[in-house]
Design a protein around this ligand. Structure first.
Ligand code: UTP
Length: 290
């Protein structure tokens, strides 16, 4: 068994403008897919990878995320009194007992790279995971992060999750050029941020899961703001690649839903509903009527 990935960072300090006006007051990560908020799916995936320390990089508007993982005394007391044990277990089970949540603030939304850098004092020098909760990845077996952690540990290298996207959509993603190792993994040669389809070296797009060495923090500190004045994680990964000569791209086993946009959130909701035998017939009937 490989070493578990103990620390996982959740950058959740973005503005979530694509879900306005809901995100005026509801953090994007608290939007539900059925009965669980996006952040719960992300946390479950991190715990599956062996994490015992979860670091949420938040902003001053996102107290709901901390509240969600905190104890809800009144509610728990009421459920207990009424003997609603199953509901009580759900409320108490948002975070396993052996796992701690740490909250750090990103004072200004200066980019994903900057958000990850805010976690440096908690992570220190060890390999860690990064999970973007708006990419919900569903898999029957172990989650994408666990698969990546095992590869990263075996190869002693950083690992970036990638997925094949339609060729006409390369300008929405970071795209990698990589040399195939096997069916799922490849050695990255270089990365390009949002290339036009004609200029894209491949259709392998970077999605929201990373396993990175602690060294990335020093490289992030040296990264100057790029596109949109933001500190880009991709730039620091490029620097890591130049320095260490080896960063892997990994095509995870599972289905990704981009819940950062409305269509993706609807897809994820339909998919999860179809996994639930109590909901699937109703959904199927409703869709056929549409
Ligand atoms: P997005 O690009 O999806 O931006 O960020 P956003 O603000 O969340 O959403 P839109 O585009 O306005 O609708 C990708 C991830 O990086 C985090 C976000 O919270 C999200 O998980 N992020 C981005 C930060 O934590 N800080 C930043 O400064 C930027």
């Amino acid at each position: 068994m490989s070493k578990p990935l103990r620390k996982v960072v959740f950058p959740v300090a973005g503005l979530g403008t694509r879900f306005l006006p809901a995100t005026k007051v509801v953090a994007k990560e608290m939007l539900p897919v059925l009965d669980r908020p996006l952040i719960q799916y992300a946390v479950d995936e991190a715990v599956d990878a062996g994490a015992d320390t979860l670091i949420f990089v938040t902003n001053r508007y996102k107290h709901a995320i901390a509240d969600y993982f905190d104890k809800a005394y009144e509610l728990e007391a009421k459920l207990e009194k009424k003997g609603k044990d199953e509901l009580l277990a759900l409320v108490q089970g948002t975070l396993p007992r052996n796992v701690r949540a740490i909250f750090v603030t990103q004072p200004e939304a200066l980019g994903l790279g900057h958000a990850v850098l805010c976690a440096k004092p908690v992570v220190g020098d060890e390999p860690f995971g990064v999970v973007l909760p708006d990419d919900l990845i569903w898999n029957k077996g172990h989650g994408a992060l666990r698969q990546m952690a095992e590869l990263g540990d075996a190869e002693q290298a950083g690992v970036i999750a990638v997925e094949e996207v339609p060729h006409d959509q390369t300008d929405k993603y970071g795209i990698v050029d990589a040399e195939r190792i096997d069916e799922r993994s490849a050695r990255i040669r270089f990365m390009v941020e949002k290339p036009k389809p004609a200029d894209a070296p491949s259709n392998l797009a970077v999605v929201g899961r990373y396993v990175l060495p602690g060294r990335i923090f020093q490289l992030l500190e040296q990264t100057t703001p790029g596109a949109g004045g933001e500190i880009q994680l991709t730039d620091a990964i490029e620097a890591l690649l130049k320095e260490q000569g080896k960063v892997l791209a990994y095509r995870f086993e599972g289905t990704r839903f981009d819940c950062g946009n409305k269509a993706g959130l609807v897809r994820a909701t339909m998919h999860m509903a179809m996994q639930d035998p109590t909901l699937a017939p109703t959904v199927r009937e409703f869709v056929s009527q549409l």
